[in-house]
Design a protein around this ligand. Structure first.
Ligand SMILES: Cc1cc2nc3c(=O)[nH]c(=O)nc-3n(C[C@H](O)[C@H](O)[C@H](O)COP(=O)(O)O)c2cc1C
Ligand code: SF4
Length: 424
């Protein structure tokens, strides 16, 4: 039986409503934490649980909270609901279907870092998520679960929703802060890190929606119970977004370390009739691609994906069938990153543009033999911390991995001036 933490009450009728959420034990964790535990005890529980951030990088959540300087009068917690990584559709499920679990996580996180003002930054196109969270917020204010002296304690907290405008870069934490401050969503050079000088130059914690939604369960059941699921280095469960031509695509909660093969062939029911597995993108479009052979022996944990030279990222698992031309696929991916680069850094602005142009020329049969080395050279020059944010690395990884692992398809396009899969 697969454990359910985040999705425990997903199919409960009216679980979006405060009354139903409370009937199912909702807000007991917040009441347990606020006023009854010290902020340090709450943070320590989250540190002990080993919870790692679900926004992509997997940074330990409790440790991040502990970076907030002590006795700061003004701190902020920003819940990142931008969810722009291609292939990722998990935070929206939480925001739409389980808004109170997201709010309860924000309350506990805010209390732990001594914050009295939190924001949920939601991608603007997510109108259902926005409506659901706004309704849940209104219910909380009416029930005096938010505002002044919540749960009858001396602790006060205000939370509001902020609508983004659908830019990928606004999901990057410092881009998100710029956008929330009313500026263009441009990332900022670190240091200073947001925990020291973030929103309005005040200490700020940014956490992903899924990260925060896991916190109430941890407070209710304890760090040890959480650690019983998943692996030593990747405790707990995670939401995986399975897409591509599989029989049962969807968002699934699974223990970390779950075999990728079983996600595709058991949970996902396997590929549609007549299709064979060619490759898998395990963690959103930024993750390096795995060949079918690699994918079949990969487990979905932070450490196992890293060992396989890729990353768990956002948990956006995209299944690629044998009928897919990899040059064509890379054309879509490079277009995305070129379009979303904010343009502040030369390697990213120029690199994403050149990679897209070169892939398009190979795809449209104007490629030259030297283009393969050129693509790899450009991608190398974009990696390793040469830019303000990690979008440049995220754009370079797919290029490097598609070209290295499916080089024959790129060469075929260049040498035969057509695709080896489709007659053009
Ligand atoms: C280009 C780029 C886009 C990102 N987009 C998102 C996003 O949509 N949602 C998200 O939670 N994190 C995103 N991140 C990661 C955030 O910068 C940040 O690490 C995360 O929100 C921290 O939360 P966590 O510690 O709970 O994972 C992105 C990072 C980069 C470099
Ligand atoms: S790496 Fe790219 S997206 Fe990030 S700040 Fe630089 S130009 Fe903008």
């Amino acid at each position: 039986m697969t454990p359910r933490i985040l999705f425990e009450h997903l199919n409960e009728k009216n679980i979006q409503k405060l009354d139903t959420y409370r009937e199912k034990g909702g807000y007991t964790a917040a009441q347990r934490a606020i006023g009854k535990m010290t902020p340090q005890q709450v943070t320590q529980t989250v540190i002990d649980s080993g919870l790692r951030g679900r926004g992509g990088a997997g940074f330990p959540t409790g440790k991040k909270w502990s970076f907030i300087p002590k006795n700061e009068p003004m701190t902020y917690l920003l819940c990142n609901g931008d969810e722009s990584e291609p292939g990722t559709f998990k935070d929206r499920v939480l925001m739409e279907q389980l808004p109170h679990s997201v709010l309860e996580g924000i309350m506990i996180g805010s209390y732990a870092i001594g914050c009295h003002r939190a924001y949920i930054y939601i991608r603007g196109e997510f109108t259902d998520s926005i409506a659901s969270l706004e309704e849940a917020l209104q219910e909380c204010y009416e029930a005096k679960f938010l505002g002044k002296n919540i749960f009858g304690t001396s602790y006060s907290l205000d939370i509001s929703v902020f609508k983004g405008a659908g830019a990928y870069i606004c999901g990057e934490e410092t881009g998100l802060i710029s956008s929330l401050e009313g500026f263009k969503g441009w990332p900022k050079i670190k240091p200073p890190f947001p925990a020291i000088a973030g929103f309005n130059r005040k200490p700020t914690i940014i956490n992903n929606v899924e990260t925060l939604a896991a916190v109430p369960w941890i407070l209710n059941h304890g760090a040890e119970a959480y650690r019983k699921m998943g692996t030593e280095q990747s405790p707990g469960t995670k939401l995986f977004c399975l897409s591509g031509p599989v029989k049962n695509p969807g968002t699934y909660e699974l223990p970390l370390g779950f075999p990728l093969k079983d996600l595709i062939f058991e949970v996902g029911g396997g590929l549609l009739e007549g299709l064979k597995l060619k490759a898998v993108i395990p963690g959103g479009a930024s993750a390096k691609i795995l060949t079918a052979e690699e994918a079949l022996e990969t487990n979905l944990s932070y450490e196992d994906c890293q060992k396989k030279g890729t990353m768990l990222g956002s948990g956006g698992v995209m299944v690629i069938p044998h009928t897919q031309c990899m040059v064509d696929l890379l054309g879509v991916v490079t277009y995305f990153f070129k379009d979303e680069s904010c343009g502040q850094c030369t390697p990213c602005r120029e690199g994403t543009g050149w990679m897209e142009k070169i892939v398009q020329s190979i795809l449209h049969n104007r490629g030259r033999p030297q283009d393969i080395a050129l693509l790899l050279g450009i991608s190398q020059n974009m990696q390793g911390g040469r830019t303000i944010c990690a979008l440049a690395d995220a754009a370079a990884w797919p290029v490097e991995s598609y070209v290295q692992k499916f080089k024959n398809e790129f060469e075929y396009h260049i040498n035969h001036r057509r695709c080896n899969l489709h007659v053009q």
